[in-house]
Write a protein that binds this ligand. Structure first.
Ligand code: ADP
Ligand code: ZN
Length: 217
């Protein structure tokens, strides 16, 4: 059983945050809050939020801070978050981290740890451009590293797999650039606050998952 339960997963796109978040949340009964998944869901529904977010998400830009922060604040107040949660893909900027702090203070909560997924850029690009995502449940596969058992079919729910438009080489590169400029400053930010734990994200998930559990125990 892990001791740290209110978590942020921080790291570049392709570092494996979503994959490990899904496994950890299933095993430890935590709420998995992926801002990318929520935004893609809203876009698919054609909601007002989805319409606002669509342009940013498909071109690999960042949705404005206030919009995502509001979305996360609402999600954190839901019942399934009360025994712990993993924020996957949020915060992505320093202003988002500050908005999160306020939102958590309002519901008398705090972050226990921030797990920083560390990997080299070359590997990230390889993973992103070979990534396949389930249309139905959002589970990620990889054409090279972790292919599905049946071609283009999700092992978990039978849904159809597709390449996210923002996983093309060009967009993946611009997302990484944005990560370095906007998100990487959160590493020293959380280090100063003594919340940062580092995980070697270049390992396969069979090795990185036990390492993650050890970090959080
Ligand atoms: P990855 O983990 O591969 O970077 P995500 O699924 O987390 O991808 O996010 C996909 C897209 O959704 C981002 O490129 C961005 O446009 C938008 N998005 C997700 N989270 C945030 C956030 N915290 N702030 C702004 N935009 C976000
Ligand atoms: Zn699926």
């Amino acid at each position: 059983m892990i001791k740290k339960k209110n978590l942020i997963f921080l790291g570049a796109p392709g570092a494996g945050k979503g994959t490990l978040a899904q496994i950890l949340c299933e095993n430890e009964k935590l709420a998995h809050i992926s801002t990318g998944d929520i935004l893609r869901g809203e876009i698919a529904k054609g909601s007002e939020l989805g319409l606002k977010a669509k342009h940013y998400v498909t071109t690999g830009g960042l949705v404005p801070d206030e919009i995502v922060a509001e979305m996360v604040a609402r999600r954190l107040a839901e019942a399934d978050c009360q025994d712990g949660f993993v924020l996957d893909g949020f915060p992505r900027t320093i202003p988002q981290a500050k908005l999160l702090e306020n939102a958590l203070a309002n519901i008398s909560k705090k972050i226990d740890s921030v797990v920083y997924f560390h990997a080299e850029e070359e590997l990230l690009i390889k993973r992103l451009t070979a990534r396949l995502t389930c249309k139905k449940c959002g589970t990620n596969f990889n054409k090279i590293y972790s292919p599905p058992l049946k071609e283009n079919i999700c092992d978990r729910c039978g849904g159809e797999l597709y390449q996210r438009p923002d996983d093309s080489l060009e967009t993946a590169q611009s997302r990484l650039k944005l990560y370095k400029e906007q998100t990487a400053p959160l590493i020293p930010y959380y280090k100063e606050r003594k919340l940062l734990l580092q995980l070697d994200a270049s390992l396969s998930k069979d090795k990185s998952y036990p390492a993650l559990v050890k970090l959080l125990s």
